[in-house]
Design a protein around this ligand. Structure first.
Ligand code: MN
Length: 512
């Protein structure tokens, strides 16, 4: 892939922006020279693909560069110093964050999924790290067929349990959908086949039908002088269909959004106008209209949904939204960090053709078929958002909205995790969560009381440290034990967990 495939997506790009991405591209190419992937392709193809996914999402040059460099520290001779000297602290921070995340792994037990998801977000420290990691995973899933069979299932389950859930909670609908459909076939092969057959039997010629209806709708909107709009359509994704079928005893006739058409307009007012025009054109099904503009979903999703039947016998859901809502629904939190300092261009009087260019779809199998997609001018400014700020920003998105008590992931994180807990790793990558201020001794007791009672020394990130050292998020902690080692009274001065305190007291004879 040529680097231009990436840089062409940079909007409002400056010479320096392009140069930065080009340099990261060349640097990665050199660093990974001679390395190949399971498919036999050069390793660079993976990095270029990740860079391209990020560029298509509207991410800025630094995030894209970090995406290109994301495997250098872990897989090549390149050191953090090298990255810092050549690309600066910010890009190093992002690459480093992605590297740390690779130790967050799904070990095959559903019991820990919720804490793994939180850990995943907590470890990222910066939302851009999470976005790079999601792009990385998307390309890995797109090429999963080349990975040895015994690894496929673990990776696909991890994707479904962790990455899909995180993408969903962050409102990143586009990447979520592709990740879940790609994982589905590996994790539930039987169900996948069944759903696929059922869907095909039901919607065999639906693309032609939808294309026909789309033309009718376009004409009607145009006649009604609603001139600036985009329409697209899709067949429902297999994994979300699977979920719906399970709820409906596998009765596919009870699923009304197998086919959907999307109408994207400029203003909220135009959304309601379009709704009126559509209900005049096609008969709406009673009780199926949902106004998520007036009442957004907990993850911030906004649109008007209605289900209609057409004279050609098509039953489909229609989703109406503004361009800004569309961008947010596709990219979620990612759209917020790019929107923050830059507004949508062309949302007033300019002709749509002027600012609409095609976003090549990230999705192949079940993509929306677009006349034209919007490409918003977006720009990432070099935020150094650490945990409190970006989390509070995401948190703020939720505060004034109706929220369901079970779905308030971000609020949870904000309250419980960042203020009170840290996550550290064993050398094998197992996760241990501890209160803020916890020390290697707390860690040792959290692993096992025998280890705690015989702690002789500790290494954090491979360096020898004092036992009273405060651990930090993402640290890798190794405890050295000796049969002769024993707790001392001094330990009570610095341990933070009641479990450690209790065991130490017992060991020094102060216990009850
Ligand atoms: Mn990678």
């Amino acid at each position: 892939m040529d680097v231009k495939e990436i840089t062409k997506h940079l909007t409002n790009r400056s010479e320096e922006d392009i140069k930065l991405v080009e340099e990261a591209f060349t640097f990665a190419e050199k660093a990974h020279a001679g390395m190949t992937r399971y498919s036999g392709e050069p390793y660079m193809n993976h990095l270029a693909a990740v860079g391209k996914i990020l560029a298509e999402m509207g991410m800025g040059p630094r995030t894209i560069s970090a995406g290109l460099l994301h495997d250098t520290i872990e897989d090549t001779e390149v050191t953090p110093e090298d990255i810092k000297n050549k690309f600066g602290e910010e890009i190093l921070f992002l690459v480093d964050g992605v590297t740390k995340l690779s130790s967050v792994r799904y070990y095959g037990s559903d019991r820990h999924n919720e804490s793994l998801r939180k850990l995943f977000v907590a470890t990222s420290q910066d939302i851009r790290v999470l976005i790079i990691k999601l792009a990385d995973r998307l390309h890995n899933m797109q090429t999963l067929q080349y990975v040895p069979a015994e690894k496929q299932l673990r990776i696909a389950r991890e994707t479904l349990e962790i990455y899909v859930a995180v993408a969903h909670r962050l409102g990143m609908g586009k990447i979520r959908k592709e990740l879940e459909d790609l994982s589905f076939a590996y994790v539930y092969p039987e169900e996948y086949k069944r759903v696929k057959q059922l869907l095909e039997s039901k919607t065999g010629k639906s693309n032609e039908l939808l294309e026909k209806e789309r033309k009718i709708l376009q004409k009607r909107l145009f006649d009604a002088k609603l001139l600036d709009f985009n329409t697209s359509y899709r067949v429902k994704g297999l994994f979300s269909l699977y979920h719906k079928l399970k709820r409906k005893d596998w009765d596919i006739d009870g699923v009304y959004d197998l086919l959907a058409m999307r109408v994207v307009v400029n203003t909220v007012e135009d959304c309601y106008r379009a709704l009126g025009i559509i209900h005049e054109l096609w008969r709406p099904l009673p009780g199926r209209m949902k106004d998520y503009i007036a009442f957004p979903k907990p993850n911030g999703y906004k649109s008007i949904h209605t289900t209609v039947t057409t004279p050609n016998g098509v039953i489909m859901e229609i989703q109406i939204r503004t361009r800004k809502m569309h961008h947010e629904a596709e990219f979620g939190v990612a759209s917020h960090i790019t929107y923050k300092d830059h507004t949508v261009s062309g949302n007033t009087s300019s002709h749509s053709a002027k600012f609409m260019s095609l976003i090549p779809s990230l999705f192949r199998p079940f993509t929306w078929k677009n006349g034209a997609e919007d490409h918003f001018q977006t720009r990432t400014t070099p935020h150094q958002d650490k945990i409190p700020r970006w989390i509070s920003q995401i948190g703020n998105m939720y505060t004034n909205k109706e929220k369901s008590s079970t779905d308030d992931f971000i609020e949870d994180i904000k309250k419980d995790f960042f203020s009170n807990r840290i996550f550290v790793f064993t050398p094998k990558g197992d996760v241990v969560d501890l209160p803020v201020g916890a020390t290697p001794v707390d860690f040792a007791y959290a692993i096992h009381s025998e280890i705690g009672d015989h702690t002789a020394g500790a290494k954090v990130n491979k360096k020898l440290v004092q036992l009273e050292t405060e651990l930090r998020n993402g640290d890798i902690v190794e405890i050295e034990t000796k049969k002769t080692a024993k707790p001392t009274k001094k330990w009570l001065n610095f341990v933070k967990t009641s479990m450690a305190r209790k065991h130490i007291k017992t060991a020094i004879g102060e216990g009850d």
